[in-house]
Write a new protein. Structure first.
Length: 442
């Protein structure tokens, strides 16, 4: 019996689509539109029981399995087998007494932030409200306040996962699978829910200021110094953004390549001092800091919300000099394809060990340098060549890459994204929970 002849999974309450169904592409295509999944069967799960049925079905027929939620971290599409989509599973429940939240597989950051805010609490969430909580957390979870609060994976309390044998398990501290889920993205099952720790937080002072990239020689040393000397509560990021010449874009930055300096902290003192230093070095085209409820923290980076095709990669580095930063920005501006760069200060709580075994690699990194490009109208070869040139100035201080920020078909090896001890942990987990390799077959 071939994979195209299999019966549909039984006992599924959600949507089941077969290859050839006109609804299938819309079910599996998320925020990343490049190289979508092309499976034999899609199960649009409504609950954990649907996920169990889908995985058991795949195991019975020896089919590869993939899971899709929001699709932000989607890389290579599955060309056959079974895809489980979890976008209908968006439940979030908060326990204010224990400062924890149970988050279902398809919940987005904005869902969790809003639910927690009703109790004066917040998750260690990142820059984009539309990202999936599960994928973000399993990939480590670099939050806007990460230097003060650590990785989102550090606050993972328990997880519910359907492993490759079709068994629904709840795992917690003391379990190797739980340790692997804390930043290792182990491809051995479908996570159906997470329990995450929350922190007391109502508002922050944050925002971004836009400056003309022509002023880079004055701006970059100031921003690098702000990052290098920043107190732990201060989040610092520098963006290099080629802004399209469109009517919907504010006139001061329309059609320019701009530097976007993003700042955030809980008290506001450090962020406002940093903003003043930036404003003193070059004219600000647009933007500024404000006191924001955490529910509005997505406005600090203001990332695009429309789905599109893109490819991206990054380097985690031990240090960053003025010369290297200038060379990174110069290469991005000179690239033949549009390159969006994010240079973000790490360190602080991000560098400290978790409160138990985990799978976050390269905690000692001082900065992350990311580059991303749209692949619309550009070949993968040209994009990858441009990205290599952008990252070349920091190759000599590289520690590795962060897997969660490797997008599309950008090539990456396990050695680049995982430290040896983490690779050993994940290998043991795969051998125990998915020895046939149903997940991750491609």
């Amino acid at each position: 019996m071939t994979s195209t002849e299999i019966a549909r999974p039984s006992d599924v309450r959600g949507v089941v689509l077969r290859r050839g169904d006109a609804r299938l592409p819309g079910e599996v295509t998320g925020f990343q539109t490049a190289d979508p999944h092309r499976p034999d069967v899609v199960v649009g799960a409504r609950d954990a029981d649907d996920v169990v049925a889908a995985v058991q079905h795949a195991a019975t027929h020896d089919l590869p399995v993939a899971v899709a939620a929001t699709g932000h971290g989607h890389t290579a599409g599955l060309a056959r087998g079974v895809v489980v989509t979890t976008g209908r599973m968006r439940g979030v429940s908060v326990d204010p007494a224990s400062r924890t939240a149970r988050v279902e597989a398809g919940a987005r950051s904005a869902d969790l932030v809003a639910a927690a805010a009703e109790h004066g609490l917040a998750p260690v969430s990142g820059s984009f409200p539309g990202v999936g909580v599960v994928g973000y957390t399993l990939g480590g979870g670099l939050g806007l306040l990460g230097r003060e609060l650590g990785w989102a994976a550090d606050r993972l309390r328990a997880a519910e996962i359907v492993t490759a044998d079709g068994v629904l398990r709840r795992v917690g501290p003391g379990d190797a699978l739980f340790a692997a889920l804390r930043g290792g993205r182990p491809d051995v099952g479908v996570v159906t829910a997470l329990w995450v720790g929350l922190v007391p937080l109502g508002s922050v002072v944050g925002g971004g200021v836009f400056l003309d990239a022509a002023d880079a020689d004055r701006v970059l040393p100031v921003v690098r110094r702000i990052g290098a000397t920043a107190p732990e509560p201060l989040g610092v990021s520098l963006g290099v953004v080629p802004v399209p010449d469109l009517d919907v874009v504010p006139a001061p930055i329309r059609g320019r390549t701009v530097l976007h300096v993003r700042l955030v902290d809980t008290s506001g003192e450090a962020a406002r001092a940093a903003e003043a230093a930036v404003r003193a070095c070059a004219p600000v085209l647009l933007g500024g800091l404000a006191e924001l409820p955490w529910t509005a923290s997505g406005s600090i980076f203001g990332e695009p919300e429309a789905p599109h095709a893109y490819e991206g990669t990054n380097l985690l580095v031990s240090q960053l000099s003025d010369e290297a930063l200038a060379a990174v920005v110069g290469a991005a501006m000179a690239a033949p394809v549009g390159c969006v760069v994010d240079v973000r200060r790490l360190g602080g709580a991000l560098s400290r060990p978790a409160d138990g075994p985990d799978a976050v690699s390269f905690r000692e990194a001082a900065w992350i340098v990311r580059v991303l490009s749209s692949t619309a109208g550009a070949s993968s070869a040209s994009v990858r060549e441009a990205h290599a040139s952008v990252l070349a100035p920091v190759e000599d201080v590289r520690l590795g890459r962060m897997a969660a920020f490797v997008y599309g078909g950008s090539p990456v090896s396990a050695e680049e994204v995982l430290e040896p001890g983490v690779r050993e942990l994940l290998a043991g987990v795969r051998e125990e929970y998915d020895p046939r390799g149903l997940f991750g077959r491609g």
